[in-house]
Design a protein. Structure first.
Length: 255
């Protein structure tokens, strides 16, 4: 009987990750009440009156060695003395073993609000994570483009930050997902409200457009494009997920 592993991510007051075994219905009936949950891990620290955002795990990747890479947000405002905390909220990259035990945790950002929403593993054994940043200091020193930028960060196989970049324009922009392209580069998808900076010359369809960006292996923009509708300031378009197709093209989806 084949068993399939699934990784669930979500948000409570802390981040939540769970590994489950999916079996046919008849097998569940004959399991004598055995739980389908193999393990459940809660990520984060105890909150308090200074907490500004829940700790969260927003994406998960099962690696070839059966470890699990998670990308999310850590609320540094409630535990400013914790080692590695950068600011108000930080992008969190967390590695777990196949039993839900944390191997390491790495925080990325500056003094303001930063987060990771998606992660992937390129062929060199390192990691890439994307999300949002409002910081212009710390790991984003001199990087800020506007009110909020898309954040992309490269890490080595031990989770050490190699490079972080802020991408966008003077308005509010962000990334929701990232995937590896066949040429070794990356594609990040999300949204943009901007028409300048890295969006200069791009068509603004509505108040917020879906945004796709092709990056090389060193996080330099090769091309980007925007998609959406027009006619109302209430029209908000966004890409939430994407993948690489077998023919070398890309599929982006959202709303």
């Amino acid at each position: 009987m084949k068993k399939i592993k699934k990784i669930l991510t979500g948000t409570l007051s802390c981040g939540l990750a769970a590994s489950m075994t999916v079996t046919p219905v008849f097998a569940q009936e004959n399991s004598e009440g055995a739980s389908l949950t193999k393990w459940c891990a809660v990520y984060g620290e105890a909150g308090g009156t200074s907490s500004v955002s829940p700790d969260s795990l927003n994406d998960g990747v099962m690696l070839l060695d059966n470890t699990i890479l998670m990308a999310g947000t850590f609320d540094g405002s409630k535990t400013p003395d914790k080692e590695g905390v950068k600011g108000k909220t930080d992008g969190a990259l967390v590695l777990y073993d196949d039993q839900g035990n944390m191997i390491w945790e790495k925080l990325t950002g500056g003094s303001k609000a930063d987060s990771f929403n998606g992660a992937a593993q390129p062929g060199d054994g390192g990691f890439i994570a994307v999300g949002n940043t409002q910081s212009v200091d710390g790991d984003l020193e001199g990087q800020g483009k506007g009110a909020q930028d898309g954040l992309a960060a490269l890490f080595d196989g031990d989770g050490n930050l190699k490079k972080a970049v802020a991408l966008g324009g003077s308005n509010k922009d962000g990334f929701n997902d990232v995937f590896v392209a066949q040429d070794g580069g990356f594609v990040a998808v999300g949204y943009t409200h901007s028409t300048d900076g890295d969006l200069a010359g791009k068509t603004q369809h509505g108040a917020r457009d879906a945004w796709i960006v092709k990056l090389d292996s060193n996080l330099n923009i090769e091309w980007s494009d925007t998609f959406g509708g027009s006619g109302s300031t209430l029209i908000l378009d966004e890409f939430t997920k994407g993948l690489t197709c077998h023919d070398g093209g890309f599929l982006a989806m959202g709303y």
